[in-house]
Design a binder for this molecule. Sequence first.
Ligand SMILES: *[C@@H]1O[C@H](CO)[C@@H](O)[C@H](O)[C@H]1NC(C)=O
Length: 271
Amino acid sequence: MAPENSPAVLIFGDSILDTGNNNYIETLVKSNFHPYGEDFPGGLPTGRFSNGRLISDFIGENLGIKASLPPYLDPSLQAKDLVTGVCFASACSGYDPETPMLTAVPSIPNQLDLFRQYMAKLRTLVGEQKSKAIIESSLYVISAGNNDVGATYFLAGRKSSSDMDSYANFLVGQASTFIRQLHGLGARKIAHLSTIVTGCVPASRTVFGGIGRPCFEESNDLAILFNEKLGYELERLRDDARFPNLSTTFLDVYTPLFDIIQRPENYGESV
Ligand SMILES: *[C@@H]1O[C@H](CO)[C@@H](O)[C@H](O)[C@H]1NC(C)=O
């Protein structure tokens, strides 16, 4: 158990980081069945979109906080879980308001409301001073944009009304607003993941790839554009005097994943 004053990890965004929130809401997007969870301790599906633990869990573990980060919507959540961090992320969410609507999952503004609710509970639990200290010293990790650049832009009619550049700007504007709001609530250390290689995930290859199921290059192009703009925006926010003590980190997961897809043999995988 982590010491009382240790920082928490707080997670927002989409399925890359969702540790099981969708199990507790009315949506078709769930992962509560085999083979999900088969490599997770216990071997049962947990609501994570993975056979094992997620980046969210590894971050918590590497910081010495806890081995798995509970989903905030789990009704069995314990008071002590609040102190060391929870996950607000929800699979299929994103920055485009259309994205979470498509599958009825909590939007990013909804997740921010849940965080406000969390802060109120934390204050009741540990008091004003200590909760302020926890909020300010905690690590905030966000993954969002994947479903926007991987699906919504191409499926929900966005493409006909907006070119890729404007759409990427729009998404980054939403990301920027979210980060400013988090800072306004007291968050200081914020890390944002890039998107994954959205055009090369199995669903994207199946829906857009045609018979040979190659990667859907248009989605990858949009992902690259979004990631580049997001990286600049995070630097800009960090250097902006209006957001004192804000530290932002851009975590590029696109490049290493792309390399695994290009050269699986280097990683001990065969094709
Ligand atoms: C910024 O950090 C310094 C040093 O920890 C602290 O004294 C100050 O109150 C912080 N300012 C804000 C606005 O958080």
